[in-house]
Every structure is written in C-alpha cells, then in structure tokens.
Design a protein around this ligand. Structure first.
Ligand SMILES: NC(=O)c1ccc[n+]([C@@H]2O[C@H](COP(=O)([O-])OP(=O)(O)OC[C@H]3O[C@@H](n4cnc5c(N)ncnc54)[C@H](OP(=O)(O)O)[C@@H]3O)[C@@H](O)[C@H]2O)c1
Length: 346
C-alpha cells in the first residue's frame, strides 16, 4: 500500500518522511458535465472520491454498495455535503448493488448499469474501479476462487470488460472516456517468490486457489500485480483516443481496509500507517489519474499523483511473458462466466 520503491515488510513500513504526500489538484480541475462511476463507495477512498467528484461538479455520480442500507446512507451523506450543495446543487447520485465476491452480482450490475445508461441516453465519462480488499488469511469467494484474487483482480477485470463498450461509445470530441483502476504499490514487494514467469504447463491463476499454497502476506500484492498486468495488456490494445486506461495508487491511506487483519499484523500496520494520507487526500490521487492526466497515461501507473515505474519484475522480459500468460488465464476464467466477454478486446 505504499508507493515508495521499498521492497520488504520492514522496508515498506515508511517513516513519516518517506510517506508520499499527495499534491493538490490543479486549480482548474473540473468534472462539470461529466458522469462518474466509482465502485466501493460506502467507505474509505471510494467514499472520499465520490465526494470529491461531486464537489468538482460531476453528475450523475454512480456509486456501488454491497448493502442497500449502507448505500442509502452513503448517498444521503454525499448529497448533504455543504460544498456539494453549494457548488453542485443539482447533482444526481445513483446507487447500484455490487458484490465483487460473486460473479452473478458483477454480471447483474454490469448489465443493468449499461442498460440503464442506454435507456436514459446517458454516457459514462469516467469509471474508477476502486472496490477492493486486503487480508493475510485464507478466504474463499463463493466463486471458488481465493477472495483477494476474486475481488481485486477477477471481478475487476470482468467489470472492466463489461463497461468497455459503453465507455467507448461515451467518448466525444470534448472528452475521452476513462477507465482508472486502483492498484497498489504493494505489487513492488520483493519478498514475493515470483521471479520468473511460471512454465506454460502451470496455470498460475489456478495455483492461487490452492489453500495449502496460500501465501498470506504476499497475496494482496500478487492480486494487485495481476491488476497491473491486466491494465497494461488492455491499455496496449485500446487506442487512448477511444478510452484512456490507467491505474493509480493513493499511497498509504488510513481507511477500514485493515479491519480484517489479524492482531499479529497490527504492529506492522501501525508502522506502515504512520503519517499515512487521509482518504480525502487519497481521493485527489484518484481524480488525478482519472481526470488530470491525459492520453499519455495509457497503461501507466500513478502513485500519489506521480508517474511511477512498475516493479522490476513487471517490466522484465519474464514479466512481459507473465502479462500475456495472465491475460490468457484470466480470459479463460471470464469466458466461462460470460462467453464472448473477451471479444471486446481485439
Ligand atoms: N488504504 C490504503 O492504504 C490503500 C493503498 C493502496 C490501494 N488501496 C486500494 O484502494 C481501494 C479502496 O480501499 P480502502 O482503503 O478505501 O478500503 P475500505 O475503506 O475497506 O473500502 C473498501 C470499499 O470496497 C468495498 N468492498 C469491499 N469488498 C467488496 C466486494 N466484495 N464487493 C464490492 N465492494 C466491496 C467496501 O464496501 P463495504 O462497505 O460493503 O465493505 C468499501 O466501500 C482498494 O482497492 C485498495 O486495495 C488502498
């Protein structure tokens, strides 16, 4: 969750001076006239990003929640914000149900969301796929996949592909539609066992569903590395004139993401969290990636609103091989869930 280039648990526990601050957005940043989707908006970075988008003039803002009551509370709180009331008084916020742990929910959300836009003649100008989890203990999603891989990577990939045709149609001469996915500096971790692309006869994605090989501390970073491979592969095949695809990390941000962590991790988390950014600041890093940088950001990673190099492994020859491999393995999974879904990418 750090955006430093440090590579071990101790190394990544940043001293306050190593925490990256997130600069203010350019003064002319405006989302006026743009629609904005953010997944996982009931808390943390998702909530603060929905709020900032509204404060910057976006409307409609579409948010997702797993729990209807929490979704309604979120919507009320967003619209009650005094800055939103003053600067964006006619703002519309719509809530959608989305649980990324279940394929049925991702498909239902994706299909309904697209149909609703078509029915209302609305574009989707900016999509920020933020919903994600962290953990160090084994958990299996109802899909059978390990939970972090399911929520952070597989469902995010499926949702991206479901939204892509709508995003492409939403590009206008004035605004290129955007897909910004939230990854993490944790993909920089050096303690991971992965130094080489696994051999062709090994389905790496499937090995991640083997409980006996669950790699606790590493898994969150691995799930975000898969996100990065996905973004890079996708972005290389889509013209930034059609949809700008990039990914962001907000640095270390104090949110409820660590609430599921066991007691023994707390000292490490405490060290990592010292001087961490607030969700309000983190939201700026999201808006930077989704609205400030332009076509030059295709396939790039912005950490704390700065262009950063991916990990050495991602950039290596082996990483390139792995990127191809993970695309194929991911598409094999997604094709079973929604046949033909990978055809949106040529
Ligand atoms: N915090 C950091 O330091 C940090 C650093 C780098 C990257 N990130 C990334 O930033 C994103 C947001 O994290 P956060 O720190 O804001 O965490 P958070 O406070 O725990 O918020 C996570 C959001 O995702 C939603 N969510 C969780 N599981 C979901 C699922 N199965 N389906 C749909 N929505 C789900 C949560 O909804 P509920 O309210 O229903 O739980 C919540 O709205 C994540 O992708 C995370 O990996 C965080």
């Amino acid at each position: 969750m750090t955006c430093t280039s440090a590579r071990t648990w101790l190394d990544i526990a940043p001293s306050p001076t190593r925490i990256m601050s997130i600069p203010p957005l350019p003064a002319n940043t405006s989302l006026k006239g743009l629609s904005f989707l953010i997944t996982g908006a009931t808390a943390g970075l998702g909530y603060s990003t929905a709020l900032l988008a509204l404060q910057l003039g976006a409307s409609p803002v579409y948010i997702t929640a797993r729990n209807a009551a929490k979704g309604t509370k979120t919507l009320e709180s967003l619209l009650a914000d005094p800055v939103v009331k003053a600067k964006n008084p006619n703002a519309k916020v719509e809530i959608y149900d989305l649980d990324m742990a279940r394929w049925e929910s991702v498909l239902a959300f994706g299909d309904k969301f697209v149909k609703d836009r078509e029915a209302k003649g609305e574009r989707l100008d900016i999509a920020v796929l933020n919903a994600g989890i962290a953990g160090v203990t084994w958990e299996q999603a109802p899909t059978g996949n390990e939970m972090m891989v399911q929520v952070n990577h597989l469902s995010t990939a499926l949702l991206s592909l479901l939204l892509l045709p709508l995003l492409e149609k939403s590009t206008t001469p004035e605004h290129t539609a955007r897909l910004t996915i939230v990854s993490s500096g944790m993909h920089l971790q050096r303690w991971g066992k992965l130094k080489q692309c696994p051999p062709a006869n090994v389905n790496y994605l499937q090995t991640l569903n083997d409980k006996s090989r669950f790699d606790g501390l590493q898994r969150y970073g691995v799930s975000k590395m898969l996100v990065i491979f996905f973004v890079r592969y996708l972005a290389a095949r889509i013209s930034p004139d059609k949809v700008i695809v990039n990914n962001v990390c907000p640095g270390v941000v104090k949110t409820s993401i660590n609430d599921r962590m066991p007691l023994w991790t707390w000292p490490i988390l405490w060290m990592m969290g010292r001087g961490s950014n607030t969700p309000e600041n983190g939201a700026r890093a999201y808006i930077y990636g989704a609205a400030v940088v332009g076509k030059e950001s295709q396939g790039q990673w912005y950490s704390c609103s700065k262009l950063r190099a991916y990990s050495d492994f991602v950039l290596s020859k082996e990483g390139e091989k792995m990127q191809e491999k993970e695309w194929k393995e991911t598409m094999e999974v997604l094709e079973k869930v929604r046949p033909g879904v990978s055809n949106v990418v040529s």
